[in-house]
Design a protein around this ligand. Structure first.
Ligand SMILES: [Zn+2]
Length: 238
């Protein structure tokens, strides 16, 4: 796994499709560093740490989560840093932490419509041994916004309205003019891939309000603010 440099102090690793691993972010402060999303397993989190080590960067002391979906959160138990998530994210994780991760129970949840096919398939690709799945809530939870000082650089967590999930958090790095949005610009896979345009409009207003150049998204290459806004406008017109 290759660590890519976006700005002087912001890095990311690429997504992969087979088991739906998302982009992971890294913000390098003088006294602390912050990882964006935990990866979808201990394997994914370990590869991220290995990529950091190769670049001579320390393991993140803080891990901030963009939303509850498994691919962004199932590595939380394996990271060494303190984890931070929105309270709605933790509500969903607490629910999933009670689930049994066996073939039979997963099939039952799929049949009942609690889980979706796409996630079920990708989870099975990531975990040859389902018993290795561990779901945990974060060490710290917040609502609204939260600001974190990493030493010479601050990171802001903003809960936003999003059509993808109710707990979506944007992670803004003002000094580097970078915004991490996870999957916020996307349909709701847990509601028949519905695109709620009112929520998308609200998200567009929020995103336009952040003063940034580059946007890091969950499952694609980083894009400019102009492109992000254009994509959102075309989705609204559809
Ligand atoms: Zn998602």
């Amino acid at each position: 796994m290759e660590l890519r440099r976006l700005t002087d102090r912001v890095f990311y690793t690429m997504f992969s499709k087979e088991s739906d691993r998302p982009v992971l972010g890294y913000i390098n402060g003088q006294t602390r560093s912050l990882m964006v999303d935990s990866g979808n397993s201990k394997f994914h989190a370990a590869l991220f740490n290995e990529a950091l080590r190769k670049e001579g960067l320390r393991k993140p002391e803080i891990v901030a989560i963009t939303h509850w979906h498994w691919d962004h959160t199932f590595g939380m138990h394996a990271v060494e840093g303190i984890t931070i998530a929105h309270e709605k994210t933790n509500d969903k994780l607490a629910e999933q932490a009670k689930w049994e991760w066996t073939d039979i129970e997963m099939k039952k949840r799929l049949a009942a419509g609690v889980e979706i096919e796409f996630a079920d398939t990708c989870i099975r690709n990531e975990y040859p041994s389902l018993s290795e799945i561990q779901v945990v809530t974060s060490d710290i939870s917040f609502s609204g916004t939260m600001e974190i000082d990493l030493g010479g650089i601050t990171v802001e967590l903003h809960h936003v309205t999003s059509p993808h999930s109710d707990d979506s958090v944007c992670i803004f790095v003002p000094q580097e003019r970078v915004l991490f949005i996870g999957d916020a610009v996307g349909v709701d896979y847990y509601n028949d891939c519905h695109l709620d345009k009112d929520k998308l409009r609200s998200l567009l207003t929020a995103i336009e309000g952040f003063d940034f150049d580059m946007c890091v998204v969950g499952h694609a290459e980083p894009v400019s603010k102009l492109k992000t806004v254009a994509v959102m406008n075309s989705l609204l017109e559809r």
